[in-house]
Design a protein around this ligand. Structure first.
Ligand SMILES: Cc1ncc(COP(=O)(O)O)c(C=O)c1O
Length: 389
């Protein structure tokens, strides 16, 4: 077929550049020890930071809701898809995030796209961190407002842009709370004080901070003691399930319910997912133990890798990017890790900038000390073999 010849040519170019992607098949529940295509591997790249995805309470809650409500929601929230579980979960999220209200989306991706394409208007401008998640970038692309990108966490540049954009009707600053590929924490306290000074609105995407940052895991708002206008989040990472949300004032949530196309025209997530997520928030609220264990592991892995001689980016978050540099070398590194039973895929352009290919490790509360020992020993021997350290 003509289309195949043309697409194969394009795929060949991707392969030549060392950035070809393919799927890997995992067997069993998302725990660190997993069977991947017949091999036992310890997974070091999951977003299941607190190990809640396979928690028995979440599974029981989902099973009970499945029995009562069925497998699917049957429609969008505004038609036949709304259930008591959606509403209970929204109230739970609002209470957890300490906002007046919350709105569920089918994913964090769709939450960002829906919010950014509906809230800012034509005469507005969005100021967006250069390392923001793809869903924020796509939301900006769909927005009628102009977008200006500021260098990663560069508060001076952000202030300059706020100064230069006074001609716009409204300014929106949008940032990841914890950056997904870099693990850095956005300085939300500084961003909010700039926003106050220049009368801008702040939207923070707390996908990787929800359940993790702050004394009770409420995210970057709690970590910095601040209150952004809109908090976006996902239930697919520390919460261990699926779906996305926006949390904010009752009016902004009412606005999104009426305007965000990814809310209006999307089938609601199944009630069973809501029931499991509701249980996850109960667990997160009830205990600091898992978070404490998670942070002690984060510390061990970061310090261990730095002591071996690696360039480790980011802050104290579960995302630990180990810079290898060259895309091909990073792929080789990931293959050698896999030979040693460690699953941590290579992250390459276009996800990260050229020359910044990395092994993106993520730590979970379910890893064991022996996993950490094996990880550090393996990084040491592979690093020597490939002349990286
Ligand atoms: C920062 C950030 N925002 C949004 C998303 C999208 O969330 P979801 O997987 O629920 O679509 C992700 C996850 O991939 C993310 O890392």
């Amino acid at each position: 077929m003509k289309i195949d010849a043309w697409l194969n040519e394009r795929l060949d170019r991707v392969k030549e550049a060392g950035i070809y992607r393919n799927l890997r098949t995992m067997d069993g529940a998302p725990i660190p020890e997993r069977n991947i295509e017949g091999e036992n591997q310890t997974v070091w790249s999951s977003n299941n930071y607190l190990g809640l995805a396979s928690h028995s309470c979440l599974i029981s809650a989902a099973q009970e809701a499945l029995r009562q409500f069925g497998a699917g929601s049957s429609g969008s929230r505004l038609t036949t898809g709304n259930s008591v579980w959606h509403e209970k979960l929204e109230k739970k999220i609002a209470a957890f995030k300490r906002t007046e209200a919350a709105l569920l989306f089918s994913s964090g991706y769709l939450a960002n796209v829906g919010i950014l394409s509906s809230l800012p208007e034509k005469e507005d401008v969005i100021l967006s961190d250069e390392l923001n998640h793809a869903s924020i970038i796509d939301g900006c692309r769909l927005s009628k407002a102009d977008t200006m990108v500021y260098p990663h966490i560069d508060m001076d540049d952000l202030e300059n842009k706020l100064r230069e954009t006074q001609r716009y009707q409204r300014r929106f600053i949008v940032t990841d709370g914890v950056f997904s590929m870099d693990g850095a924490i956005a300085p939300l306290d500084q961003i909010i004080s700039l926003a106050k000074r220049y009368h801008a609105f702040v939207i923070v995407d707390d996908a990787h901070a929800t359940g993790v940052l702050g004394d009770s895991g409420r995210g970057t708002s709690e970590y910095f003691g601040v209150c952004p206008d809109i908090v976006v989040g996902t239930l697919s990472k520390a919460v261990g399930t699926e779906g996305g949300f926006a949390a904010g004032s009752a009016v902004s949530i009412d606005f999104l319910l009426n305007h965000a196309r990814t809310f209006i025209f999307q089938t609601a997530i199944p009630p069973a997912s809501c029931a499991a997520a509701y249980e996850a928030f109960n667990i997160i609220e009830a205990g600091r133990e898992k978070r404490k264990r998670l942070f002690s592991y984060i510390n061990m892995v970061r310090t261990g890798l730095t002591n071996i001689g690696y360039l480790v980016k980011g802050a104290h978050t579960p995302i630990i990017p180990v810079i290898i540099g060259d895309a091909r070398k990073t792929v080789t590194f990931a293959e050698k890790l896999e030979d040693k039973g460690i699953y941590a895929p290579a992250i390459r352009p276009p996800t990260v900038a050229p020359g910044e290919s990395r092994i993106r490790l993520t730590v979970t509360a379910d890893h064991r000390m022996s996993d950490i020992d094996h990880l550090l020993t393996s990084f040491h021997s592979i690093g020597k073999e490939l002349h990286i350290i």
